[in-house]
Design a protein around this ligand. Structure first.
Ligand SMILES: [Zn+2]
Length: 308
């Protein structure tokens, strides 16, 4: 949003304005706070309630919205993307139904549940993991770590974390609960996964990087019937061996954020401390550019939060 686009095929910039984003726009889609005032039709909430906002708001009538997948609406009205968001003292949420009470969770930590944790949760659900599965999680940053915690808590699958940084892999073991780790810079990722899975390959891969290089390697360590869940927004392109798709029955799945009901489940998991959002740095509103620059330079471990 800040840079105006991201990398598409052939190194082309995919512009946010081509996706219907109109500037100027107040960014910030991960929003938590206290209710200042309520509309006349609002029910079940009171002023000063501490709430998390579901930002992936749809127009309500398309097939996706009708089955509760507003995050995949044909005409999205997401806060902080298409409509003014949370880099502000006040934000207008169109309906009380997009609010979730957070109880004793602190507001700064809660904010991270509406996109980064939700994206991780949505990806874990799309991987359709069974307790006996070997799942490879590519990218052990904030999202990857959250996905590991969730996969461990909710599915019981065996988790193999893959990254190019030893410090991140250490965190994957200690904070993410990964059973095994692979440094794909120091060892051949395909060989390493084959060895860890009795030469069968991974039942599922969740790729939080989703760059040409990582996905090319993912494709080479998939077991038959494997699900490859693509989540990251790094971008690039992929050459597919087409006959392998039916003969090995692979599934390529794109995963984008999650539903309101997923977010309600996440808040419940956080209340019971099954997952622990890590807020490593806090900023004031006038430090937004500094916060984004630090994030871009990879200098924020866990999540940074702007609290006006
Ligand atoms: Zn819709």
């Amino acid at each position: 949003m800040w840079e105006g686009g991201y990398e598409g095929p052939h190194g082309l910039l995919l512009k946010t304005t081509d996706r219907g984003v109109k500037y100027p726009l107040t960014p910030g889609h991960e929003i938590a706070g206290t209710i200042d005032s309520l509309g006349e039709q609002a029910e079940a909430f009171s002023e000063n309630d501490k709430v998390l906002v579901y930002p992936w708001i749809g127009e309500g009538l398309c097939p996706a919205c009708r089955i509760g997948e507003e995050n995949l609406c044909d005409k999205p009205r997401s806060l902080g993307v298409y409509v003014d968001g949370g880099y502000a003292e006040y934000v207008l949420v169109p309906s009380y139904k997009y609010l979730v009470k957070i109880g004793d969770i602190d507001i700064d930590s809660a904010a991270t549940l509406s996109c980064s944790a939700l994206t991780a949760y949505g990806a874990v659900k799309n991987a359709n993991l069974k307790p006996d599965d070997n799942v490879v999680i590519v990218g052990a940053g904030g999202l990857g770590l959250m996905a590991m915690q969730l996969a461990k808590a909710v599915t019981g699958a065996r988790i193999i974390a893959m990254d190019i940084g030893d410090d991140k892999l250490k965190a994957a073991k200690e904070d993410g609960g990964a059973n095994d780790v692979v440094n794909s810079k120091k060892e051949d990722p395909v060989k390493a996964i084959m060895e860890l899975t009795d030469k069968l390959g991974a039942d599922a891969v969740i790729d939080f990087v989703n760059a040409s290089k990582t996905v090319e390697s993912d494709m080479q360590f998939l077991r038959r019937r494997a699900r490859l869940v693509l989540v990251g927004l790094f971008g690039g392109e992929l050459k597919l061996s087409l006959v392998s798709m039916p003969t090995r029955a692979y599934r390529l799945i794109g995963s984008y954020t999650g539903t309101l009901s997923d977010m309600i489940e996440l808040v419940s998991l956080a209340k019971r401390e099954v997952i622990k959002p890590v807020v490593s740095e806090k900023f004031k509103l006038d430090q937004a550019t500094e916060a984004l620059s630090k994030l871009k330079d990879g200098k924020i471990a866990g999540r940074g939060v702007i609290n006006p």
